[in-house]
Design a protein around this ligand. Structure first.
Ligand SMILES: [Zn+2]
Length: 872
C-alpha cells in the first residue's frame, strides 16, 4: 500500500518511529497523507492514510481514526503509537489532543442530528440526498450511489459510501420537528410545506459558469421555517469567481425583506446545497442535510445562431434566426426545480430580483429597458455601492411580466438609462455606461438561457445591435465599448463566444455598429416605388421620438442619404403620464400600473377598450389629449418637410425626386409651371403610435398622413405668400406605410441585414430645424426653416450667428400659423416661461455661434408635453 512511487520500496517494512510533532512542525502532514522521503532513492512520497482507516482534516491537520479501523491508536508508558506496518507514528500522550481529534470516529459524528423533510406540490416527501454536515462532505465517496428510505417510525435511513471505509455506512435519523416543543402532527409526518429551491438556468452544458440559486417559502407555513427562535441557513458548494475553479461553501446570504427568500450568484455549476436549521439561537445546527445538484454533462453542439436585440428607450425586443425563419424570442422561466414545494409568488410585496419569469407583449419577447433594484434606488447612492460592482439577482434584475406588484415600483426602478441626459439623478447619470453594460450583460445571459431551451446554442453566438440615429459619434463609440464589454462578460459566464456584429468601415481598429435603428426598421419591410422621393421614419417610443428623413436617390447617383435625423423627449410616456395625471385612469391605477399594463398588452391598442384601466366618462378627454399629442408632433413634422423643400436640402442634395410632371417643368412662357409632387413614405414605428387608436381606427394608417400632407402644404403656401419660395415649389404628399408589427421592425430588419452590406454613408450635416422663428438680437432673427446641428454649432449659410447669452424670443405674429384649434405656444405659456426655456438653445456666453438645440424641440419637451395634462 505504501510503496515508493519511484523505486517500489515498501514503507511498511521500515522499522522507524516517526514523531508526529516533528512531522507536523515540518509540515509533512498533508490533507491526504504523510509526505515522506524514500530512504532508498530520496523521492518525496505521499503516504495515504485512508487505507489504514485514518484521515487528516481541518486547518490544524489533526488525525482521525474511523470506528472499527484495524489500525489502532495504542497508549503505553505515556506514549501514543500508531503502527503502519513496521513503521510507527508516535507522540507523547499528553500532546494527544493537539494532534489527534478523534479515535473511533463514526458516521453519527459527521451527520446532522435530524434531517429536514419537505413536502412537494405533488404530495411527495423530499428528504436530503445526504444527512452529512457540509464540513464532512469530503469524507463521502460521492461517486458511489447513496440511498434514503423513510422508516416505519417516521425516521430516515441513509446508506452511503465513505472514502475511508470499504463498506457502505448506514445511519437512521429523525426528521426535524416542524413545530419544536409541540406534539408531532396527527399523521406523524414531520414535513415543511411551501418550500422551493431553484437553480437558474436549467442547462446541461459543462462550460456554463454563472448560476443563481433561490431558496424560499410561500404561504402561511413560512412561520414554521422562520418563526420564533428558528433560523435557516442555506449554503451551496460552488465556485465564487470566474477566474478560478476552486469550489467552496458559499452562503445564500442575500435575503429578502420578509426573510422568506434568499439568493446567491455563483460562478460554477453548484454541486450541493446545504440546508441547516438552527433552533434556539445557539449558532449550532440542530438539523440539516445536503441536496445534490445533478452535474452538467453536455458540450455545446456544433451550430451557430444569430440573435437581434432592439435596445429601446422603454422596451428591449429580441428575435433570433430560428430554423423556420426569423422569429421573436419569447422569454420564459428557465428555472431548474430542486425542491418543488411552492410556486413563486405572483403577488410581490417587495422587488423580486430573480431572473424574469416571462417577457411582456403578445409574443412575450419584450423586456422593459429598466433596471429593477433590490433595495430602493436611492439607497445604493447612500452606500456609494457603484453600479459597476452590482451583481444580477443580488442587486438588480429586469422587471418580469405575470406578476402583481404590491410595492411602489417607482422607488425601485431605474428607467431611461439608454440616454445619459434622461437620467435625472446625477450619481446615476455619471454611471449610465455601467447601467447599460449591466443591463445588456444580464439581458444576454437571459437570452442565451432561453435559446438553450430551443437547443439553439452552439459554441458561438452572433448578436446584432443597432443604434439610434440621435446618438452622436461619441455616444456611438461609448455604445460600441459597452457592447464589447457586455458580450465579453457574458461569454465568460456561459462558455459561449458571444460576438457582437461590428464593422471597421475605415479599416483600422475603430469599430462601429453597421446599422441604425431607422434603417434596420426600414429593411424589415419597406419596398418603395419609383415615384417615392423620401422615407420619413417616425419612431415614437416610450421616452423619445426618433425621426429620420431619408432621401431616396436613383442610380447612378449615390446611395440613399439621410438628410435629417433628430430625437427629442416627447413620446408615448409623456402622453401616458398626461392621461394618468389628467384623471383619465380609473381610481387605483397609477402611472406605474399603466406602464405595466401597456407592456403586458404589447401595445396601447389592446388596452383601449379595457374597462379596468380607463374611466368611461373620460373617453372624450382621452381622445382629445391623444389628438393634441399627435398634433404638436405633426406640426413639427410638417415644418420639417416644408423646411427641407424651402431650403432645398432635399431637392438639391445630389438626388433628384422623380416628379410625374417633370417633363413640363421647364414650362413655356405664360403656361403655369408644372409642379413636382414630393412623395414621402411615412413609417410609423414604435408603441407610441398605439394611442392613435383612441382617435380613429385608421388614424395611423391614413388619417395622420393626410393631415400631415395638408399641414405641410399649408406651410408651403404661406412660404409662397411670404415670398420665400417661388410658386412652383414642390408640394408634399405623405402616405403611411404601416408595418404589421412596428415594434418588432428593428429586430427583423437586423436579422434580414445579416450578410448584406448595402449601407448608406451617413453624410448628413444637419440634425434638425430651428422650427420656430426666433429673435436672436434687437434686429436679428433666425427663421424657423433654418437647420440646427447637434451641438457643433456653425451658423448655416445666409444666417447670422447668435450671440452667446442672447435673449431668445419668439413673436406670436410670425408665420407659419399653428393649425386651428391647436393652442399656440403663447397661449400655453401662461407662466411666461418661454424666454427662460429658450435660453437652453443659445450658445454659451461670449461665444458667437448657432443654436445648440432646436427651439421647437424645447417647445415639445418643455411646453407641449406638460400641457397635455391640462388640454382636453
Ligand atoms: Zn524510493
Amino acid at each position: 500500500m505504501a510503496v515508493c512511487r519511484t523505486c517500489n520500496l515498501d514503507f511498511e517494512k521500515l522499522r522507524v518511529e516517526l514523531s508526529v510533532e516533528t512531522l507536523a512542525r515540518e509540515n509533512r502532514i498533508g490533507p491526504r497523507g504523510l509526505h515522506l522521503h524514500c530512504p532508498a532513492c530520496g523521492e518525496q512520497n505521499e503516504i495515504e492514510l485512508k487505507p489504514y482507516g485514518l484521515f487528516v482534516r481541518g486547518e490544524k491537520r489533526k488525525l482521525y481514526r474511523w470506528l472499527g479501523a484495524q489500525t489502532k491508536i495504542e497508549n503505553s508508558k505515556g506514549q501514543c503509537r500508531i503502527n503502519l506496518g513496521a513503521m510507527a507514528l508516535s507522540l507523547p500522550e499528553k500532546l494527544k489532543d493537539d494532534y489527534i481529534a478523534g479515535d473511533n470516529f463514526n458516521v453519527e459524528q459527521i451527520c446532522h442530528k435530524a434531517v429536514p423533510v419537505f413536502r412537494q406540490l405533488d404530495g411527495s416527501l423530499l428528504a436530503p440526498d445526504l444527512p452529512v454536515r457540509r464540513e464532512y462532505l469530503d469524507l463521502v465517496d460521492t461517486s458511489r450511489p447513496a440511498q434514503s428510505d423513510r422508516t416505519a417510525r417516521g425516521g430516515y435511513r441513509f446508506t452511503f459510501h465513505l472514502t475511508v471505509t470499504e463498506q457502505p455506512v448506514e445511519v437512521t435519523l429523525p426528521a426535524v420537528s416542524v413545530r419544536p416543543g409541540q406534539p408531532p402532527p396527527a399523521d406523524g409526518v414531520e414535513a415543511f410545506e411551501g418550500v422551493h429551491l431553484l437553480l437558474w438556468p436549467k442547462v446541461n452544458y459543462k462550460s456554463w459558469r454563472r448560476y443563481f440559486l433561490r431558496f424560499g417559502c410561500a404561504g402561511t407555513t413560512a412561520e414554521d421555517l422562520l418563526g420564533g427562535a428558528r433560523d435557516v441557513k442555506v449554503y451551496t458548494y460552488a465556485g465564487k469567481s470566474l477566474d478560478e475553479s476552486a469550489r467552496e461553501w458559499l452562503a445564500l446570504d442575500t435575503v429578502s425583506p420578509d426573510r422568506r427568500t434568499r439568493f446567491a450568484c455563483v460562478e460554477t455549476r453548484p454541486e450541493w446545497v446545504g440546508v441547516e436549521f438552527e433552533d434556539g439561537g445557539r449558532g449550532e445546527p440542530t438539523g440539516g442535510g445536503l441536496w445534490r445538484i445533478r452535474p452538467a454533462t453536455d458540450s455545446y453542439p456544433e451550430l451557430e445562431t444569430t440573435v437581434a436585440v432592439d435596445f429601446g428607450t422603454s422596451n428591449t425586443c429580441i428575435a433570433w434566426d430560428a430554423p423556420h425563419g426569423a422569429s421573436l424570442l419569447a422569454i420564459r422561466s428557465c428555472d431548474e426545480v430542486v425542491i418543488n414545494g411552492s410556486s413563486l409568488p405572483n403577488r410581490l410585496e417587495f422587488p423580486d430580483t430573480w431572473p424574469p419569469r416571462q417577457g411582456f407583449g403578445p409574443s412575450q419577447a419584450l423586456l422593459p429597458t429598466e433596471i429593477l433594484t433590490r433595495e430602493k434606488v436611492g439607497d445604493y447612492r447612500t452606500r456609494n455601492h457603484l453600479v459597476r460592482d452590482w451583481m444580477p439577482v443580488l442587486d438588480f434584475s429586469i422587471p418580469t411580466s405575470r406578476v402583481e406588484t404590491a410595492y411602489n415600483e417607482t422607488e425601485y426602478v431605474i428607467p431611461d438609462f439608454k440616454w445619459q441626459n434622461m437620467i435625472g439623478d446625477a450619481w446615476y447619470k455619471k454611471q449610465h455606461v455601467d447601467l447599460q453594460k449591466k443591463y445588456l450583460e444580464f439581458l444576454l445571459l437571459i437570452v442565451i438561457a432561453e435559446m438553450v431551451t430551443h437547443n439553439a446554442i452552439g459554441p458561438s453566438l452572433n448578436v446584432e445591435f443597432s443604434y439610434p440615429l440621435a446618438f452622436d459619434d461619441e455616444m456611438q463609440d461609448k455604445f460600441v465599448a459597452v457592447l464589447q464589454e457586455a458580450t465579453t462578460a457574458v461569454s465568460r459566464q456561459t462558455g459561449v463566444n458571444v460576438m457582437p456584429h461590428l464593422e471597421s468601415p475605415l479599416g483600422g481598429g475603430k469599430k462601429t455598429i453597421p446599422l441604425d435603428e431607422a434603417r434596420a426598421a426600414a429593411l424589415s419591410a419597406s419596398s418603395y416605388g419609383n415615384d417615392d422621393s423620401a422615407c420619413l421614419y417616425v419612431d415614437i417610443g416610450g421616452g423619445s421620438t426618433d425621426i429620420a428623413l431619408l432621401e431616396l436617390r436613383r442610380p447612378p447617383a449615390r446611395h440613399d442619404t439621410y438628410v435629417n435625423i433628430c430625437s427629442f423627449e416627447y413620446a408615448g410616456g409623456g402622453l401616458a403620464a398626461a392621461l394618468a395625471e389628467g384623471g383619465c385612469l380609473k381610481a387605483g391605477s397609477d402611472i406605474s400600473h399603466f406602464r405595466r399594463k401597456i407592456r403586458e398588452a404589447g401595445s396601447v391598442t389592446e388596452l383601449m377598450n379595457s374597462d379596468t384601466l380607463f374611466s368611461n366618462n373620460k373617453r372624450n378627454a382621452i381622445t382629445n389629449k391623444s389628438s393634441f399629442f399627435y398634433a404638436y408632433l405633426r406640426q413639427f413634422l410638417s415644418r420639417l418637410l416644408a423646411a427641407h423643400l424651402i431650403n432645398k436640402a432635399l431637392a438639391t442634395n445630389g438626388g433628384r425626386p422623380v416628379a410625374p410632371a417633370d417633363a413640363g417643368a421647364a414650362g413655356e412662357a405664360g403656361a403655369p409651371a408644372a409642379r413636382e409632387t414630393y412623395r414621402v413614405l411615412l413609417y410609423p414605428l414604435g408603441n407610441g403610435w398605439g394611442f392613435g387608436g383612441f382617435i380613429d381606427t385608421r388614424y395611423v394608417s391614413r388619417v395622420f398622413a393626410q393631415l400631415l400632407t395638408g399641414e405641410a402644404n399649408a406651410i408651403l403656401e404661406e412660404a409662397i405668400g411670404a415670398g420665400v419660395v417661388p410658386p412652383d415649389v414642390p408640394r408634399v404628399e405623405v402616405s403611411s406605410q404601416v408595418l404589421s408589427e412596428p415594434k418588432n421592425a428593428v429586430v427583423f430588419g437586423l436579422l434580414n441585414n445579416r450578410g448584406s452590406a448595402q449601407l448608406s454613408a451617413q453624410d448628413w450635416s444637419w440634425r434638425s430645424i430651428v422650427g420656430w422663428t426666433t429673435r436672436t438680437g434687437p434686429a436679428q432673427k433666425a427663421e424657423w426653416f433654418r437647420p440646427v446641428t447637434g451641438g457643433s454649432a456653425i451658423a448655416p449659410p445666409g444666417a447670422d450667428p447668435v450671440n452667446g447669452g442672447a435673449i431668445l424670443e419668439c413673436s406670436s405674429e410670425e408665420w407659419p400659423a399653428f393649425p386651428q384649434r391647436l393652442p399656440t405656444p403663447h397661449e400655453l405659456d401662461r407662466r411666461n416661461e418661454l424666454t427662460r426655456l429658450l435660453a437652453r438653445c443659445s450658445p454659451t456666453a461670449h461665444e458667437q455661434s448657432w443654436f445648440l438645440e432646436s427651439p421647437f424641440h424645447v417647445l415639445l419637451e418643455k411646453l407641449f408635453k406638460p400641457a397635455l395634462k391640462e388640454l382636453t
